[in-house]
Write a protein that binds this ligand. Structure first.
Ligand SMILES: [Zn+2]
Ligand SMILES: [Zn+2]
Ligand SMILES: [Zn+2]
Length: 258
């Protein structure tokens, strides 16, 4: 199983529009962060987690030729805003594409992209099948078990996903014991870490490191990074030897068996 980080930035991305801070002015390619998303490639199938505002460019940049399924974490705009551009895959593949997510996110998608779900569709709208999933109840895609894991984003439930020995958690501020148990034995854990300063709805660096320590993966990657966190080099200098800052277009290989 291959994981490609399509975006590793927080909701505004990095650089932030009209910001002249040291991070936004950095010339390091690792400091250019599109909105957070990953591509999971398993036996030639492409599963994407979230379709934020940069979805179109992320597909072009990574030269993605087909899309098989979408997993959605939650309904914030930085995770769903690019959904309309799934049309390109609908046309090419001549099929609709399924979105797997929780009930509140499905309801939000029906509001935000009403035209794609109305009974009388305008020609050319995206063809999307909404599939409700539940935390703790696995779904099976292309022969692989995917376990949805609920985390809390202030008061909003967000889904993380575990496939085999890999797990992706974004936009978490707290994680229950029950959800942590579903992460037992993962080798590679991706988790959000916004910045060092406290934030109401996102893990800080310390909170992310404590969570990683508790779950105990062999390796962990930080994502959903703010420009306020510092440069990629600065963040990496703060991390233990088995924790890495993710950056856009980083690809990692994970053993996909349980
Ligand atoms: Zn977000
Ligand atoms: Zn900045
Ligand atoms: Zn969010």
């Amino acid at each position: 199983m291959k994981i490609q980080f399509l975006g590793t930035g927080t909701s505004q991305g990095v650089p932030v529009i009209a910001c002249d801070c040291i991070v936004c002015k950095s010339t390091d390619y690792k400091d250019k962060r599109l909105r957070s998303s990953i591509l999971i490639e398993v036996e030639g199938r492409h599963i994407i987690v979230d379709t934020g505002p940069d979805f179109r460019y992320q597909m072009l940049r990574a030269n993605i030729q087909h899309l098989d399924a979408i997993l959605m974490t939650h309904s914030h705009k930085d995770h769903i805003a690019g959904l309309d551009d799934v049309r390109a895959f609908n046309y090419k593949q001549n099929e609709s594409i399924s979105i797997y997510t929780n009930e509140p996110t499905l309801e939000a998608l029906k509001r935000e992209f009403y035209y794609a779900f109305s009974p009388l569709k305008y020609p050319g709208v995206p063809q999307l099948d909404l599939e409700e999933i539940h935390a703790g109840q696995p779904l099976f895609l292309f022969g692989h078990e995917i376990m949805p894991i609920e985390v809390m984003h202030y008061k909003m439930p967000v889904l993380g996903f575990r496939i085999g020995n890999f797990a992706y958690i974004t936009d978490a501020k707290s994680v229950t014991l029950e959800s942590r148990q579903l992460l037992e034995g993962v080798d590679v854990l991706v988790v959000n870490a916004l910045q060092e300063m406290p934030h109401i709805s996102h893990f800080t660096l310390d909170e992310a490191l404590a969570f990683i320590n508790d779950v105990g993966p062999k390796e962990a990657y930080l994502t959903h990074i703010s420009h306020r966190f510092g440069t990629n080099d600065y963040i990496q200098s703060k991390l233990p030897s088995n924790v890495f800052v993710a950056y856009d277009q980083l690809t990692i290989t994970v053993d996909s068996s349980y």
